[in-house]
Structure formats: structure tokens, C-alpha cells
Design a protein around this ligand. Sequence first.
Ligand code: PMM
Length: 279
Amino acid sequence: MGVVNVTPDSFSDGGRSFAPQAAVAHGLALLEQGADIVDVGGESTRPGAARPPAEEELRRVLPVVRELAAAGATVSVDTMRAEVAARALDTGARMVNDVSGGLADPAMLPLMARANTPYVLMHWRGHSAGMQANARYDDVVTDVVDELRLRIDAALEAGVPPGCLVVDPGLGFAKAPGHNWELLARLGEVRALGRPVLVGASRKSFLGQVLADPATGRPRPASSRDAATTAVSVLAAAQGVWCLRVHDVGSTLDAVRVTARWGAETAATVPLPLQRLGV
Ligand code: PMM
């Protein structure tokens, strides 16, 4: 899954694709690199970010969704708002990526019950402005899995078809750096929820911290974290993750294909995120 942020303030690309035409061109380039899905988002989820009003989010994402869908792309819309999800689905999107797992908008689960389309439930503990204060866990993996199970139950109760549900541990969302590493090391426990797993580690600050300049201690900037992202992607793919949400699709896809070849040789069953969405 390639990331198309239509925001002026994303941490990872600093608003590089803010103009609709630039965002469309970026999405087409990601498809060219081999992305199966392009994920179009109009709200920055950077820690501390302010939310745009719904009209502004619609103004950002709809033209981009329309053009990418018209070009034949499988488009996912990254939104916490049911209204934005509904309009994007009407405009050609075929998947909804909700970082709040249905918690931010009570209308989202009923919409997804009607939509019959893949729906990503991410682990979430509140909006970006204050989320890092919620990075408190007894055992982060057990707690995240338990909270995701509650969201799966809520979605099923609302009538979302079971086959539509995808889960995501929400790296960087109400997580300290160590929490992200623990979640990655124990992805098997997230997979045990019995749903396809999506992971979004791309360019996140916990990678920047590992790569900090030894002399100054300054974290590596987001623009130079793609090799680290590739390494994490390979390790996550080898643990059976279904989908990797990344900014640099080309390097991730190359690395995942090599991992698949390696897996074939060692006769290990390495489920990889290469399967197409059945939509
Ligand atoms: N991370 C970001 C945005 N959307 N969606 C899912 N499902 N999982 C994530 O980890 C995730 C997401 C933040 O990253 P960005 O600002 O680079 O888009």
C-alpha cells in the first residue's frame, strides 16, 4: 500500500503532495512502482496535529480519489470520518482505512456494515493532539490485542461483514518507541486475532531514533528513513503481515520479493503481502 498524503503538514513528506495534481501524480508513480493499493488521506495524524474541518478534508481527498480510481487504481481512503469515507466510496474508493478503529465517529461502523468493502481497524487511543499521553500499557502487545478484539466485536455487532475486517497495531499512535518494537517483535499475537494484518512503520520516528546521529543524538530525519523502513518491512512480511503501508513502494516491493524467494528456498511458509485484494 503506497501512501498519498494530501496534507500540508504530514511528518513524513512535509506536504509534498498537497496540491491535488501533485497528489495524483504521486499516486500514479506509486502504482508504477508496483503498489497494489494507494491510500489517500487528507488529515495529518502526526502527534500534536490539529484536525481540518470535514469540508476541508473532502476538498482535499475527493479529486485525488476520483482521478486515481479513474486511472484503474485500487484506492483506499485514510479517514476517521464516516462522511468522508462515504463520499470517497461513492467517488471510486474501494477500501476504508480508519486509524481510529471506528471510535472517532459513531456513524463509521454502520456505514461499513452497508458498504461491504475492506475496512482497516487500527489500534487508537485518541486524536493526535493528546495521544502520546495515552502511551501507557501493562503489556503493550496484550493490551493492544485486547483493545483490537473489542473493536472487531463492535464492528461485527454493527453488521460489518467479517471478511472485510483488517487489523493494524497502530505503530506510533499512543506508543513510545519501545512499544513499537515490542509490537513488531510479537506480530504473531496480532495475527492470532484471525484477521489480515496491516502494518504502517514507514518513516516513523521510532526508526529515526534507532538511526540517531551518534555524535549529537539527533534523530535521523523522516526523509532519510527509507532503508530502515525496508528492513522493518521485510521482517514484518516474514511474520505474515498481509499489507505494508509505505511511502517508498519500490524499495519495499523489491525487498519483499527477495524475502519471498528466500522463503521458497528454505521451504518455510512465508505468507507475504503480495496477494491482491479480492475486490
Ligand atoms: N500511519 C499513518 C497514517 N495512517 N494508517 C494505518 N492503517 N496505519 C498506520 O500506521 C498509519 C495510517 C501516519 O503516517 P503518515 O503521516 O506517513 O501517513
